[in-house]
Every structure is written in C-alpha cells, then in structure tokens.
Design a protein around this ligand. Structure first.
Ligand code: HEM
Length: 362
C-alpha cells in the first residue's frame, strides 16, 4: 500500500515537474547562477586567471536551486538539512566498507546512536521548514506546495506529514549531489576538450548574445550544450547503478529469475560498453547525440528506467543547461596543473581530489 501511494505521489509530482514547469523556474535559477558567477569575479579580483573548485561551487548552486524551487526557502534555511545529510552519507559509506553483522545496527553503539539522532534532527528541521514555508507555498507550484495540496485531498492518496517529510528528504538528497556532479564533470570535460568548449560557447553567443541570460524561449536552441551534457551523463553518470528487487518469478531472455532476487543495473558499466558505444566508448564525443539522436533505454539511462524514473530529470537538465551556458558566456576555463583526474565511485561519481578549474574572465 505504501509503495502504491508513493508511486502515485511520484507520478503526480513527475507530471507536474514537466519541462514546462521546470522552465517556469528559469528566472530564479538564473538569478542564483548569476550571483555565483559574480562571486567568481570578485574572487578573481584583478587577476586574469584564478582557480576555483568547480565541485564545491556547483554543490552550493544546486543546493540553492533545490531549496528555492522545491521548498520556496533559501539555501541558508535548508543548510542544516544538507549538513546533517552529508554526515549521514559519510556514516553510511563507513558502514558499507565494514563487515555486515545481521542485527548489529540495532545495538546502541556510538555510531548507531548518532545515526538515529541525525535522522531525528533532519526530520525536525524539515518539519520546521514545512511549518515556516508551507503556508506561502500552498498555492505555488513548487514541490512542497504540490505535496501540501496532496495532503488536503480526501482520496486514498492523501499524503500525511511524515510522508511529506520522507519525500523532502529524498528531494534534498537527490537534487543536490547529482546535478552538481553533472555540472562538475561537464566543465572538466570542456576544459580538457577545448574544441567542444569553443563550439558550445559560440552557440551560446549565437543564441543568447554575450550578456543576456538564456530564457525559456531560447534554452531549447542550445543543442550543443545539450549534447555536451548528455555525453557527460554517459561517461560520468552521477547515479552509478540502480537496484531492483524481483517481486515474482520471471523469465528474462534465457534467465529464470526467482522472486526475491536483488538485481543491480550498473548504469556506468553499460554506458562504457564497447559493444554498444563502439571502440571509442571511453572517449568524450558529444556528436553521439547530434541531431537529437537517442538510444535504447537499456543502453542509456542516466535517470533510471520505469515507474521509479527520476522525478527531477527535467529540473536537472534545465538547471544544468542554464548554468553551463551562463558559465560559458562569462568565463573560459582550463585544467590547472594541480588537477588530478580521479573519478571516485562513492554514492555518486565524485572527483576524489576536487575539481580545480583555472578560469579566465572573458
Ligand atoms: C543529473 C541529475 C540527476 C540524475 C543523474 C538523477 C538520477 C536518478 C536516478 C538514476 C533515479 C532512479 C533511481 C531508481 O530507479 O532506483 C532517480 C530517482 C529520483 N530522483 Fe533523480 N537524478 C538527478 C536529479 C534529480 C533532481 C534535481 C531531483 C529533485 C528534484 C531528483 C529527484 C529524484 C527522486 C525524488 C527520485 C526517486 C523517484 C522514485 O522513487 O520514484 N533527481 N534519479
């Protein structure tokens, strides 16, 4: 029952998070991106070129975007939730790297107690945030508003406050890390492949000019920027794999899979498979996505497949396209000598030693 309610809730959110709604958030997103770029300029001062850690910058950007468009709040208000979730992730990663003893997680060890208190604190921070912003969100089209309106319906899919808190936790977690990683790897790839950086910048100048921000009307004309993002999602998919539990015995091709089997769909391995992508599967080549070319869902699925497909994919793509176009308009970037290319498979695909970029104001 819970799963059905959740699925119905997600389908509703997915429908309301269509490209049109995501485009409606462009003015807020471009204000956030613009203030990030203003800070880069201040940081650079009188220097012609200077270093930034792209991953850190884009984490702040995507946190701010998710706070504003999902909850109508500011990054500062949601900051505590992000900090607590980061600690939670670190504890989860630690647990993944140690032996698993059934039942151990119920023992009152220091770490288990901290896990419990983190969960409580996140829930209470979100409860407060919902109380503060809920009223002003009720009539708006942001995610909190949509969920609050679902809490008022009288049908079987009515959402309770605890369920809304659960969804908010997912949005905070799913909305920040993934989009930041996409932008990080996209800028690094463009720094390594200057010919694509030049092509993408020329397109942005042609479509938007040198000073005007992209808008809802011209964003879809940024074809090269889109191709770059799609190829980045192929080579460096932020979500490395998805898991499914088989609920009934099924025959899949030649395989008989019994109910209860855990399936792991390794997105990253499939995206690098030479049988699908050819001998140059490891190479960055955005032209694979030229002229709107699409691939079979079993070959390319950075946002997952099926009923649990990413609810935020339109939001993520609009945000990434907008931010990348705005960066290209104002800055050129190179890879500095201090950069070490070390993609690390953690929960998402992260740059182990940071993602330093040498940026030059244009
Ligand atoms: C580049 C950015 C993103 C990537 C690559 C990505 C990837 C994914 C993937 C692969 C899944 C499927 C998980 C599964 O099938 O088990 C997923 C689910 C989900 N994503 Fe994203 N995501 C991104 C951005 C976002 C954003 C910005 C949001 C928030 C608005 C979001 C919210 C969600 C939610 C709520 C689900 C769970 C859907 C459900 O359980 O039905 N994602 N995402």
């Amino acid at each position: 029952e819970i799963l059905n309610r959740r699925k119905a809730g997600c389908v509703r959110l997915y429908k309301s998070l269509n490209p049109q709604t995501a485009k409606g958030w462009i003015p807020e997103m471009s204000a956030i991106a613009s203030s990030m770029l203003d800070k880069w300029e201040v940081q650079g001062g009188t220097h012609t070129e200077f270093e930034i850690d792209a991953n850190k910058e884009f984490q702040t950007l995507s946190s701010d975007v998710i706070s504003r468009v999902a909850f109508g709040s500011s990054y500062e208000e949601g900051k505590r939730v992000f900090q607590l979730q980061e600690e939670q992730i670190n504890l989860a990663l630690l647990a993944m790297r140690t032996f698993y003893f059934p039942g151990f997680r119920f023992l009152p060890t220091k770490k288990n107690q901290r896990r419990h208190s983190l969960n409580q604190e996140i829930r209470s921070s979100l409860r407060k945030l919902i109380e503060t912003n809920g009223r002003k969100c009720e009539d708006s089209k942001n995610l909190l508003g949509l969920m609050l309106s679902a809490s008022k319906t009288d049908n079987e899919f009515k959402m309770g406050i605890e369920e809304i808190i659960d969804e908010c936790k997912t949005f905070y977690f799913a909305g920040k890390e993934t989009t930041a990683n996409l932008l990080t790897w996209a800028t690094l790839l463009l720094a390594l492949h200057k010919e694509w950086q030049d092509k993408a910048r020329s397109e942005v100048y042609q479509v938007c000019g040198k000073h005007k921000h992209p808008n809802a009307e011209n964003l879809s004309s940024l074809k090269i920027v889109n191709m770059v993002l799609k190829e980045t999602l192929r080579l460096y998919p932020p979500a490395l794999f998805i898991n499914r539990t088989v609920t009934r015995d099924v025959k899949l091709g030649k395989l008989d899979i019994p109910a209860g089997t855990q399936l792991n769909l390794p997105i990253i391995e499939i995206h690098h498979d030479v049988d699908i992508w050819g001998a140059n599967a490891e190479e960055f080549d955005p032209s694979r996505f030229a002229d709107g070319k699409s691939y079979h869902l079993g070959e390319y699925f950075p946002f997952g497949i099926g009923p649990a497909i990413c609810v935020g994919q339109n939001l993520a793509m609009v945000e990434a396209k907008l931010a990348l176009a705005m960066v290209l308009q104002r800055f050129a970037f190179d890879v500095p000598p201090s950069y070490v290319h070390a993609p690390m498979k953690v929960m998402t695909l992260q740059p182990q030693y940071g993602a330093q970029l040498l940026v030059h104001k244009i």
